[in-house]
Design a protein around this ligand. Structure first.
Ligand code: ZN
Length: 123
């Protein structure tokens, strides 16, 4: 039944995503988190990496947070460029949203100051 449960969970997530995307014009497929590269031994006794410390396999890992919990996912080589691009787009979107909110706050303060100065100069 795990499949049916996760299908329902996926359907709920997708519904919520579409709702938020419609309301805030969020581009599709952007990802949170980051990608990191490490060099590891594969564990196969017959592999060159087993007894040569200078031989390691590059491993790309995608890390993201959901509800304060950290998740990691190995990225296959053929998916790397796509995931990278989606993570960069996600970071740019978050930066843009933060910047807009910050500009809104600064404009609100400036507008209020101008209103006060305008009132004073009229007296
Ligand atoms: Zn190996």
């Amino acid at each position: 039944m795990a499949g049916a449960t996760s299908d329902l969970f996926s359907a709920r997530l997708l519904q919520r995503k579409v709702e938020l995307m419609r309301r805030y014009s969020i581009p599709d497929s952007v990802l949170p988190g980051s990608i990191s590269l490490s060099h590891l031994r594969c564990g196969k006794p017959s592999c060159r990496c087993a007894n040569r410390p200078e031989v390691r396999h590059p491993v790309w890992t995608y890390t993201f947070m959901v509800d304060g919990k950290k998740h990691t996912q190995h990225i296959a080589k053929e998916m790397l460029e796509e995931v990278k691009a989606r993570v960069i787009a996600g970071r740019e979107l978050l930066d843009a949203v933060r910047e807009v909110l910050s500009i809104n706050a600064q404009l609100m303060v400036l507008t209020r100051k101008q209103q006060i100065q305008h009132r004073r100069s009229k007296r």
